[in-house]
Design a protein around this ligand. Sequence first.
Ligand code: GLA
Length: 387
Amino acid sequence: MNLDHLVDDFNEIFKTKKEVHTFFAPGRVNLIGEHTDYNGGHVFPCALTFGTYAIARKRDDSKIRLFSKNFNDIGIIEVDLCDLVYDKKDDWANYPKGVVKIFKDAGLEIETGFEVLFFGNIPNGAGLSSSASIELATSIVLKDLFNLDIDMIQMVKLSQKSENEFIGVKCGIMDQFAIGMGKKEYAILLDTNTLKYEYVPMKLDGISIVIANTNKRRGLGDSKYNQRRSECESALKVLQEKLDISSLGDLSEERFEENKDFIQNEIHRKRAKHAVYENQRTMKAVKALNDGNIKGFGQLMNGSHISLRDDYEVTGTELDTLVSAAWKNGAIGSRMTGAGFGGCTVSLVYDHERTGFIEKVGKDYEEKIGYKADFYVVSIGDGARQI
Ligand code: GLA
């Protein structure tokens, strides 16, 4: 990415030649621990080297002017610092608007307006967190332009709050955390109950992380996401009548099996089963990795997909087709990643088999689904930062 070109674009679009500040926030991929972050469980994501660039400068008045090179046709979206409400027609710009509003509500002093040009090279709507990436990019822009006394974890929390309250998606903290706190060549084991975290080196000698995009548009995904969340909450409530637990993440597999029949609703029972087993699986996977047992890690990835397919029911034909093709064509492990209902899969593949793998999986997918998948061989990068 040529930053100078983005700065030139900024100057042309906002008709200025004043000094600008430049920032980057990555996308993320979750390796294992899916739909556990709002259930008090563990997640194991990492930041990527692609993400969102932001070029910004302060204004003297109270106008906020936002432009995305990914949505050239929409043009500049202008709002006032004192009038930040969700507006469907502002489209993507609701993400930065929400963050500004939440920062202000938290008592952080944003005295003037500003303008930002965004450019993202994360495939849009693919489940690699382009929206959380814009949120964190906005957070670090605000911190820098207004000299805010705030650390990264606080920015992560406020970004999540903006997604929950301003956008209305009841997401957990995983995406914002991975994007804010990411570290090159490390994945993050995060306990979403306590926010304790640990950087785990991803020593993948001779192995690539391959992301495959179903290219399925997600559509109803967000409402189904919120529905899964409330199904888990219902299951937890029932269990709490019998057990002293604060989240499903507090349960071992054994304790869940002993008590699961209290959950009368069969669907809620299945959702809770996934949340409990996936949390345990994530801890086992990190142990396998630390022991140098990459095959064991891969098998747990496969187990995660099966649980998301059969118990949590968030996969669908496109994701299942990609994952089955990956299993058939030599992946060490493969699973859907992110919220599901479309989006991407993540696979670990031996470097020397990679080209053939991508060809064969791509062919199987196109034959069955009728359109192409996209593949990205990714590297693990650092979290949100000024550049
Ligand atoms: C989305 C949410 C995350 C997490 C995942 C599923 O990416 O934003 O908080 O719940 O889905 O693991």
